[in-house]
Design a protein around this ligand. Structure first.
Ligand SMILES: [Fe+2]
Length: 486
């Protein structure tokens, strides 16, 4: 721009230029001069060379901010290291016939594997089979067939192993032991130390399989992050489309503060923990709450949204109780017949429920979370607003669906897919539609909430969801940040 023109445009705004400033301005491009003018409008009426310098400094700062999204994205520079433990996934290997023999095999497998975990404790190394207990001190490992509260306030368990069964009494005077025992649920496997009295055992100690007290959490060596979502319920009139689109835009670095964009750039993995769509015919009257009434079209829609996730992000998808697959757990992967679009994208890994994976060396179990219904309705001090607390109980029981025949239909597979043999570094669930994050003995316990507003069904139950919040786990630091999109 000519110097006379520069003087003119500044004079029009009642701003005079020092000759030194004019000479500097004349070296700049037109758009840069205009930006300086805009910033100078609220300043002094004469731009001295000193004041001009501060305007230029601000200009440089602004340029950095503008340039940041154009930089190469951090996570795109890093190769993915994803190992899905297919041997822990029931997809393509469900052999259950649902016959008596199948049930016996299932329960034996569950008992043996949980008993093995309990026997790692010094105190439970020398247990006696229930069929061979003698009078006096006893140590047993058994599966709980029944939990009763007596009129006098004792808790009475009916406990069995392959050799026999025995009632176990937890006295109303046993204080802490009684409180601990209120968390016992049918079909879980326990270690019991006590003494015989008549035909029963009076418990002195109750041991859940639990996690080791000291355990080192594995971390990724490189600075990457994992995003966890679930329960998007696409197809429902309550699906929060705009908020979900905002989340996708954020993963692309298109929105958010500088700090938030830096976090988005670290995302290498995304896990979707089931209930991708609202489904069809899941509950009475659902058709009145559906915007998309065709199941295939619901999946087509979510596949379309996921196309917007940056290409360098690997996506693991597991099934939930609203998805197009059998309801009995362990669930198979969502059927290709209903969601062909999700099978055409090589970075989308379609898995069953639960799914065990190692992401850059960090072990993750993702389980949709239907058994939280059993824990929340049966155990004391549990609620849908603290799903992470109920998830901790699953870890203590080392089983994702501790009760058979509760609210979760289970398929009696010869191998129990729901046992937590190896403690993970992250346990992820959804289903509760409420965000929750805690750490239990080195495991990051995370419930990823939902992208669906409160439904009429939830309103009746007084359930308040926390939609459009996404936990992002920094796998290098093992810290979790909750991003809000509404
Ligand atoms: Fe859900």
């Amino acid at each position: 721009m000519e110097t006379t023109n520069i003087v003119d445009i500044f004079l029009k705004c009642n701003i005079n230029l020092h000759p030194g400033t004019l000479s500097e301005l004349s070296k700049l491009k037109d758009d840069e001069i205009e930006r300086i003018l805009k910033k100078a409008k609220d300043g002094p009426r004469v731009i001295t060379p000193e004041y001009f310098k501060t305007l230029i400094d601000k200009e440089e700062e602004a340029e950095v901010l503008v340039r940041r999204p154009k930089k190469r994205v951090h996570a795109a520079e890093i190769d993915s290291e994803i190992k899905i433990k297919h041997e822990r996934d029931v997809t393509n290997k469900s052999f259950s016939q649902g016959d008596i023999e199948g049930f016996i095999k299932y329960f034996n497998n569950k008992f043996e594997r949980l008993a093995k975990i309990l026997k790692e404790r010094d105190i439970l190394r020398d247990t006696t089979p229930i069929g061979r207990i003698k009078e006096g001190e006893v140590k047993i490992i058994g599966m709980v067939c029944e939990v009763r509260n007596s009129k006098k306030g004792h808790i009475i368990l009916e406990v069995e192993d392959p050799t026999g069964a025995v009632p176990v009494l937890i006295s109303n005077k046993s204080g802490e032991l009684l409180e601990l025992s209120r968390n016992i649920i049918r079909d879980e496997v326990l270690g019991i130390v006590g003494k015989t009295w008549k035909d029963m055992v009076i418990a002195d100690e109750i041991h859940f399989p639990d996690l080791p007290v000291r355990r080192e959490t594995k971390k990724s060596e490189v600075d990457i992050a994992l995003a966890l979502i679930s329960d998007t319920h696409v197809g429902s009139t309550k699906f929060l489309e705009n908020e979900f689109k905002k989340f996708i835009k954020w993963t692309r670095g298109e929105i958010g503060s500088v700090k938030q964009r830096i976090l988005a750039e670290k995302i290498k993995y995304l896990i979707i923990g089931g209930d991708l769509v609202d489904g069809v015919g899941i509950y009475p009257g659902q058709e009145n709450e559906l915007e998309i009434k065709d199941l295939n079209m619901q999946y087509e829609r979510i596949a379309k949204y996921l196309e917007g996730i940056p290409e360098h992000i690997e996506i693991i998808v597991i099934s939930g109780n609203h998805d197009a697959v059998r309801q009995a757990e362990p669930q198979l992967a969502i059927s290709e017949d209903f969601a062909p679009q999700l099978y055409t994208d090589p970075r989308i890994h379609m898995m069953g429920n639960p799914c065990h994976a190692s992401l850059h060396g960090v072990d993750v179990i993702s389980y949709h979370g239907r058994s939280l219904d059993d824990i929340i309705s049966t155990l004391p001090n549990q609620s849908y607003s603290k799903p992470e607390k109920a998830m901790v109980e699953l870890l203590r029981k080392r089983h994702l669906v501790p009760t058979y025949g509760g609210k979760v239909p289970l398929s009696p597979e010869a191998v129990d897919y729901m046992i937590i043999d190896e403690p993970p570094d992250i346990l992820h669930s959804g289903h509760a539609h409420h965000i929750g994050v805690t750490n239990y003995r080195g495991v990051n316990v995370i419930n990823s909430g939902t992208f669906q507003e409160q439904t009429s069904f939830q309103k009746k139950l007084n359930m308040m969801p926390t939609p459009a919040r996404v936990p992002i786990v920094d796998l290098h630091e093992m810290t979790t940040t909750i991003m809000r999109f509404m």
